[in-house]
Design a protein around this ligand. Structure first.
Ligand SMILES: Nc1ncnc2c1ncn2[C@@H]1O[C@H](COP(=O)(O)OP(=O)(O)OP(=O)(O)O)[C@@H](O)[C@H]1O
Ligand SMILES: [Mg+2]
Length: 481
């Protein structure tokens, strides 16, 4: 056999104990001359379940049993340290050969398609992330959400769907989690029960393991999109209109400070990424994120990623540390992936002191809410400042709040664009320039609505004009539908 990636024979027991399902036993005793029919013979499994399973399900269950068994054997038979240098084709051949041997030994006959699927699954199991691998490869999936070994949800087009993907048991799931986090030098266990990481392909990964996760490990993966949605795509998808895009282009190009506000998974990062495309190619942009997701198209981009403490609790580099350092790196623009803590102080200061045109996102449900969040973050950072001073700091730093929302039918839209115009007494004054107007629901629960300007003249009209963005007045006229 292909000895290069196979453990030497004396490296351990050749075969592990076969999972003694009754079917395997039956098949063994029947000898090697198996026929296709015998394979279909109903396994003597707990009688309560078998009659309820249709043929397809039964077969699937059997295949998954075989897979688990073969995987165990592979781990024993393959020389794992040699895997790293193995070429893909060698490894596939090796896996196929070991699997073939084992199948013969188990007297299991599979058709060509089943063999191919099995070999692919085993390959994923050995080199990749096992059951997660096909979901990671499926481009129509945005999010993968694992709630313990038996339940895996995915999000497609804004809607959650339960998949038939499962892990063998909690140990299997933990092994995959461990594989992911150890690859980035992290650890997850009882004393360190949750972890954030970035997968090799750029996807954002978070896991929480028992006992904090009560019913088995919880995993959330935000898939990395190679092709980020551009402004044109978002207009085509109905996330906002061409008029709004023209307005946003003027806002970003004339260096307004922008906050993208939105709930979880509402499209904040996507919007931020799309807005960044309006930045001139000759500007020096520094990006700071907890998990690097942004993909800027410009040539002159410096990317930073914060780092959590290591297992001894040392070595943390916070977003705030990155931001402070960024200010010494002569940026024209600073983009912070998400402002969620003490870095808010430095972000606002940067926006106020010459790094205008900076952008960030915030978890909030409306423009007002975003401002309250900023106030809270400042208070939590331990800054003793009268509320009025805090507000005037915010009012002079932030020019525009763009609200991203995921609506109940799964569609993602820019539901509001709001300008901050200054202070009126103790209150920050704002005006909404565009909004999404809902008018109803179709029988199949799709939201009916349209975008409209509110009719107010932009507070920044003069600025836009001076910078050469003479937006036609019609952009600001309400939609008469
Ligand atoms: N307008 C849109 N139309 C279709 N898909 C979208 C749209 N906006 C975003 N998406 C997709 O939705 C998913 C979530 O988007 P994104 O990562 O931007 O959300 P987020 O608000 O930053 O999430 P989080 O709160 O987790 O950081 C992504 O897979 C993205 O490709
Ligand atoms: Mg995000």
């Amino acid at each position: 056999m292909f000895s290069r990636y196979k453990k030497p024979d004396d490296a351990g027991p050749k075969l592990v104990e076969v999972a003694k399902t009754e079917e395997a036993e039956t098949q063994k005793s029947a000898g090697a001359a198996k026929t296709q029919n015998q394979r279909k013979a109903p396994p003597k499994k707990p009688v309560t379940i078998v009659p309820m399973m249709d043929k397809e399900k039964k077969r699937k269950a059997r295949l998954s049993e075989i897979k688990v068994e073969l995987h165990k054997r592979l781990l024993d038979d393959l020389n794992l340290s040699a895997l790293e240098t193995a070429s893909e084709s060698d490894l596939r051949a090796e896996i196929s050969a070991i699997a073939g041997e084992a199948l013969e030994e188990l007297s299991v006959v599979l058709n060509r398609d089943e063999r191919a699927t099995l070999n692919q699954d085993l390959y994923d199991e050995v080199t990749g992330l096992g059951p997660l691998e096909p979901l990671l490869k499926d481009d129509s999936i945005n999010d993968i959400l694992v709630n313990g070994p038996q339940q895996v949800f995915v999000e497609r087009s804004g809607k959650l769907e339960l998949t038939d993907t499962t892990f063998k048991d909690e140990r299997h799931l933990l092994r995959i989690i461990d594989k992911i986090v150890s690859a980035v030098g992290r650890r997850v266990d009882e004393s360190n029960p949750y972890v954030d990481a970035r997968l090799e392909d750029g996807s954002r990964f978070n896991a929480m393991v028992p006992p904090i996760a009560v019913d088995g490990s919880l995993v959330s993966i935000r898939k990395f999109k190679k092709e980020k949605l551009a402004v044109d795509d978002l207009v085509t998808f109905g996330a906002f209109t061409e008029e709004m895009a023209a307005y946003l282009q003027a806002a970003v190009s004339t260096r307004l400070n922008v906050i993208v506000s939105g709930g979880t998974g509402s499209g904040k990062t996507t919007t931020l990424n799309a807005l960044s495309s309006f930045i001139d190619d000759d500007e020096r942009i520094l990006t700071i994120e907890d998990t690097a997701e942004l993909q800027l198209q410009q040539t002159h981009v410096g990317r930073m990623e914060s780092r959590p403490p290591n297992v001894e609790g040392k070595g943390a580099v916070s977003q705030r540390d990155c931001l402070k350092n960024a200010l010494r790196m002569r940026p024209d623009r600073i983009i912070v992936g998400e402002t969620r803590g003490e870095e808010v102080i430095d972000m606002l200061q940067a926006m106020n002191t010459g790094h205008d045109g900076s952008m960030t996102t915030i978890h909030a449900n409306s423009a007002r809410d975003a401002v309250s969040r900023l106030e809270n973050m400042i208070a939590m950072a331990g800054i003793e400042m009268p509320l009025k001073a805090v507000r005037s700091q915010i009012a002079s730093a932030v020019n525009l709040i763009v609200q991203a929302s995921r609506l109940q039918d799964g569609s993602r839209r820019m539901t509001s664009i709001t300008e901050i115009t200054g202070m009126e007494g103790d209150v920050i004054s704002m005006q909404e320039v565009f909004r999404y107007q809902r008018v109803g629901l179709t029988p199949d629960n799709k939201i009916i609505g349209h975008f409209t300007a509110t009719g107010v003249r932009s507070h920044f009209s003069e600025r836009f004009r001076m910078w050469g963005y003479d937006l036609p007045a019609s952009i600001f006229e309400p939609f008469e539908g």
